[in-house]
Design a protein around this ligand. Structure first.
Ligand SMILES: NC(=O)C1=CN([C@@H]2O[C@H](COP(=O)(O)OP(=O)(O)OC[C@H]3O[C@@H](n4cnc5c(N)ncnc54)[C@H](OP(=O)(O)O)[C@@H]3O)[C@@H](O)[C@H]2O)C=CC1
Ligand SMILES: O=C(O)C1=N[C@H](C(=O)O)C[C@H](O)C1
Length: 278
């Protein structure tokens, strides 16, 4: 039943791996209603979002690639609460999706990674001006938040650290958004890591990975059979301290996604990171 407190939700990237999980989670949440399912993949146009997500009953929400008409329609449904657009699409399109949603007064909950620092700043300014909440969350799993907190604690005692992120080989961006965020959190500790011990020569370009903030290196592995995994490895004389998170099923992200949908109406600007709303 739709009522005043039901949150209208649009899922962008609805036919993708994450989009299908979000459709299921939203359909099962009593305080949400799926108002729209966007996806540009030609083979899924017009299909029922619920059936595509593997639900036993259709949701009678067809997949469409018409972003602006959908945003306009949902924004016009004034008897409902302000709507939320969940975005799990592609690094090349997420910036425009988020801008369009904010322009229509629809709050974006963004899982798509790959936004540049400049794009993040522009979206932050845009959301602030529009006084509209926007959540950008590189990783929705609670386990990753805990790993990052443990890494921040360890970084007070270790000066040497490297990050390895491992993902399925359909992933478009590297390094992962999570690895970049992890490096940023460590860099915010106000010290430079990995003081050089010798002059290094890369015999093959990229052998030492990518150099993120404050001397932290990130190594990206892409293989079929992987989902999403990350290690943060600290080293000191005579010891190694390894933190590792493994995703075995994408359902692990759903409690975080539902929490973000519920919390975003309390926000009036852009917030980055799941830890900020826990
Ligand atoms: N924050 C987090 O916790 C997580 C974030 N992610 C991120 O989410 C994003 C999506 O991941 P995933 O679901 O695995 O990717 P998929 O490729 O499985 O799904 C993306 C879907 O979006 C569609 N799409 C592409 N461009 C557009 C567009 N302009 N408008 C609407 N739909 C579009 C794709 O269609 P087509 O295939 O035809 O291009 C595809 O169906 C990635 O950036 C990934 O890194 C993933 C997991 C967790
Ligand atoms: O593409 C993925 O799968 C994932 N992307 C996010 C990232 O880039 O960090 C989150 C998680 O690692 C899964």
């Amino acid at each position: 039943m739709t009522n005043q407190s039901t949150i209208p939700v649009i899922v962008n990237g609805a036919a993708g791996k994450m989009g299908r999980e979000v459709i299921k989670a939203v359909a099962q949440a009593e305080d949400m209603i799926l108002m729209g399912a966007l996806d540009t993949s030609p083979e899924h146009q017009g299909k029922d979002a619920g059936e595509l997500a593997g639900l036993s009953e259709p949701l009678e929400v067809p997949i469409t690639d018409q972003l602006e008409p959908m945003l306009g329609y949902v924004a016009g449904e004034r008897q409902l609460q302000p709507a939320v657009m969940v975005d799990f699409t592609h690094p090349d399109t997420v910036y425009n999706n988020v801008r369009s949603a904010i322009a229509y007064g629809i709050r974006p909950v963004v899982g798509t990674t790959g936004l540049s620092p400049e794009q993040l700043k522009e979206l932050s300014d845009f959301a602030e001006k529009a006084s509209t909440g926007c959540l950008i969350i590189p990783n929705f799993s609670i386990g990753m938040v805990l790993l990052q907190q443990a890494a921040v604690t360890a970084s007070q005692y270790f000066d040497h650290v490297e990050i390895i992120e491992l993902h399925h080989n359909q992933k478009a961006d590297a390094p992962s958004g999570t690895a970049i965020q992890t490096a940023q959190l460590l860099a915010e500790m106000g010290k430079t890591f990995n003081p050089p011990q010798v002059e290094e020569t890369e015999k093959i370009a990229g052998a030492r990975g990518s150099l993120a903030d404050e001397g932290i290196r990130i190594h990206s592995v892409r293989l079929p059979g992987l989902i999403a995994h990350q290690e943060v490895i600290f080293g000191a004389a005579g010891q190694i301290y390894t933190l590792r998170h493994d995703t075995s099923d994408r359902s692990c992200y759903m409690p975080g996604v539902l929490l973000a949908i519920r919390k975003i109406n309390q926000l009036k600007s852009l917030v980055y990171g799941l830890e900020k709303i826990l």
